[in-house]
Structure formats: structure tokens, C-alpha cells
Write a protein that binds this ligand. Structure first.
Ligand code: FAD
Length: 327
């Protein structure tokens, strides 16, 4: 018989990760479904190296470190996690809610929607290349050690591209960055730091073609507004960091009461659909502040409400200090 989860959380950003942990803390059979290959949401994807100063108890934590801490906390329990899985639709049945995912059906008694601004997708290279070269081209950094002692080219001009160039430069043999404009869009302080670093800047150039050469990647670049001026770089890896698009269109077909691209919720984080809650950036109510701190709090409210509906006999509120033997 297939599992019917107590709680299925759609979205593995800060809201979904903490809600997942809190649900497991309350002993609920829980899964988290994330469309990207990695968990962490916006802090991990959009501003991994930037410091966050308004999460209680954490003084200047980077987006990446916050994500790691949330994942470590979640891993205290055995929570089912489905990455590279997008929820396309939600259908209520008499005994359970059915989630139609890109990897098949997921059944659950309650749903917490924590999809932020919608499913992220990296902006792809506008260049056709042989699929055999795919293992040289990344859109995400899953493990920085992949670049250890390698020649790496980062493509992009924003904060994220420059921040990743710094991180990669700590382990790589050589790091270059290519941007189509003369000036980078990243923070001025980061650009000054980059000017004083060993990162080679190739501007204003566009990637025109990718070819294979001796098990390496030959990147052919053409100068912006002067296509006949070319450069060639031979590297082991290319990290494309052109930003992300987010798609909130899916929500419109889920039968939810929306306000713009956001889901209307009441004080219990309930949506208009039975046993379906929304938290984090996607949830909208009077006075809403899109902050990680609030996303955490909304998660505890939604889990407590869902629990009281699924298991009316169980106390829906407990201090965590009462849940474990604290010896
Ligand atoms: C540059 C920047 C700086 C910021 N600085 C701060 C700050 O200093 N302090 C602060 O509190 N907040 C900050 N924020 C805002 C903060 O990042 C968000 O409030 C927070 O990430 C919201 O968390 P979330 O889990 O609701 O959504 P997200 O972080 O957006 O995560 C949602 C996740 O759901 C996944 N998803 C979406 N649709 C689907 C689907 N259909 N199926 C499966 N998975 C799906 C997405 O891939 C994503 O991983 C900043 C945001 C940005 C962009």
C-alpha cells in the first residue's frame, strides 16, 4: 500500500524546511517536495554568500550556512525528501489529498504550500552544444569540491556569479569570469575585491560556442558589439549563473483563493481549501512581512492546525522542552 503522509510540504526553502522539522518534532509522517536538485530556497539559490542579520539567534549568517543549518536540523529526523520533483496539481479525494508530481502521485492528509515565488529555473545558456559536454556545464553548485584543482569559468555578472567565483577560487586551480558588459552588477565592494584577486575577468564577452578538446571544454567567446573579435578559454568546468526565473503560474490552476500571485490565508494559515495551508513568501494576509523569521512562525501555526485536524485527540500545542528527555 502506498504511504499516505500526514503532511506533505511543497517547497524546500526556509519555510518548508523548518515546517518539515517541526512536523517531525510533533511526530507527524512528513515529506518535503522540492523542484530544484538542492534544498534551501532563495537563500541558498539567490544569495548563498550574502549575510542575513534578522534571523533570531544567528548573527550574520550566510544564505548557504542558514540552509545547511536548517537541513542539519531537519536531518535529526527521518523526513522523506523528494528533490527534482515539481508538484503540478493538487486534488482532494474523500480520504486523502493527491499531489500530482513530476515523479508520480504523492498521497497526504494535509498539505503545506511553501513555494515562495514559485518553482525556480536557472536561465540557460543561449547556445546549442553537444549533450556530451553536459558534465562540464553546471547551473548549480552541488559540491564545491567538484572544482578542486580545476580550471573553472563562471558566466554571469551579478552578485551570485561573483560570489561563486570567490568560493570556487578558494579551491580551483584557476578561476575566470565572463560577463557580457564592461561592468559587473555585483556589489561595489565585491567588484573591488575581485579586482584585487586572482580571478581573471573577461569582459565584455559572450559565450558563442562550446566544444570538446582533450577531455576539456573549449569555450569560444565573442566580444559584445564586435562579433569578429574572439577569445578562447579551455577549462574543466563552466558554471553558468545568469539568475533564475520563478514560475507562479501553476498556483492558478490549484483552485486556491489568490491575491495576485500569492495565496490568501487566515490567522491559522488555512487556505480556502480543506486541510491545505500556505506559509512563507507565498502566503498573504494583512500586515504580512516576507521575512524568514515570519516564515518559521507561520510553519509552526500551520503544523499545529493540521495536526489538530488530523488527530483531534492529540494535544496540538507542546513546548519542545517537554517532548524529549532533557537529561
Ligand atoms: C537577495 C535577497 C535577499 C534577502 N534577504 C533577506 C534577509 O536579509 N532576511 C530575511 O528574512 N529575508 C530575506 N530575503 C527573503 C527570504 O529569502 C524569503 O522570505 C524566504 O526565502 C522565503 O522562504 P520560502 O521558503 O517561503 O520561499 P523560497 O525560499 O522561495 O523557497 C521556495 C521553494 O519552493 C520550491 N518550489 C516552488 N514551486 C514548487 C513546486 N510546484 N513544487 C516543488 N517545489 C517548488 C522552490 O524551488 C524553492 O526552493 C531575501 C530575498 C532575496 C531575494
Amino acid at each position: 500500500m502506498t504511504t499516505i503522509y500526514d503532511i506533505a510540504i511543497i517547497g524546500g526553502g526556509p519555510a518548508g524546511l523548518f515546517a518539515g522539522y517541526y512536523a517531525k518534532l510533533r511526530n507527524l509522517n512528513t515529506c518535503i517536495i522540492e523542484s530544484l536538485p538542492t534544498l534551501g530556497g532563495q537563500p541558498n539559490t539567490l544569495y548563498a554568500q550574502k549575510k542575513i542579520y534578522d534571523v533570531a539567534g544567528l548573527i550574520g549568517v550566510s544564505g548557504e550556512d542558514l540552509s545547511s543549518k536548517l537541513i542539519e536540523q531537519l536531518n535529526m529526523f527521518d523526513c522523506d525528501i523528494f528533490t527534482k520533483t515539481t508538484i503540478n496539481s493538487i486534488n482532494s479525494n474523500p480520504n486523502y489529498i493527491s499531489l500530482d508530481s513530476t515523479n508520480g502521485e504523492i498521497k497526504t492528509k494535509a498539505v503545506i504550500i511553501a513555494v515562495g515565488n514559485g518553482a525556480f529555473n536557472p536561465r540557460k545558456l543561449a547556445v546549442e552544444f553537444d549533450s556530451k559536454l553536459n558534465n562540464h556545464v553546471d547551473y548549480f553548485v552541488n559540491d564545491i569540491n567538484k572544482y578542486k584543482d580545476k580550471d573553472v569559468l563562471v558566466a554571469g555578472g551579478g552578485d551570485s556569479a561573483v560570489d561563486w567565483a570567490f568560493e570556487i577560487n578558494k579551491v580551483a586551480k584557476s578561476t575566470s569570469i565572463v560577463h557580457r558588459r564592461d561592468t559587473f552588477r555585483a556589489l561595489e565592494s565585491s567588484v573591488i575585491r575581485m579586482n584585487n584577486s586572482s580571478i581573471k575577468q573577461v569582459t565584455p564577452y559572450l559565450i558563442e560556442d562550446l566544444q570538446s578538446i582533450d577531455n576539456k571544454l573549449k569555450v569560444i567567446l565573442s566580444k559584445a558589439r564586435d562579433k569578429n573579435t574572439k577569445e578562447e578559454l579551455v577549462v574543466d568546468n563552466l558554471l553558468v549563473n545568469y539568475g533564475y526565473t520563478s514560475d507562479s503560474k501553476l498556483l492558478r490552476s490549484w483552485g486556491l483563493d489568490l491575491t495576485g500571485p500569492y495565496i490568501k490565508v487566515n490567522q491559522k494559515m488555512e487556505t480556502n481549501l480543506n486541510n491545505i495551508y500556505a506559509i512563507g513568501d507565498v502566503a498573504e494576509y494583512d500586515g504580512k512581512l516576507k521575512l524568514i523569521a515570519n516564515a518559521f512562525s507561520e510553519g509552526t501555526i500551520a503544523i499545529a492546525q493540521a495536526q489538530s485536524k488530523i488527530y483531534p485527540d492529540k494535544s496540538y500545542f507542546e513546548h519542545s522542552t517537554n517532548l524529549f528527555d532533557n537529561k
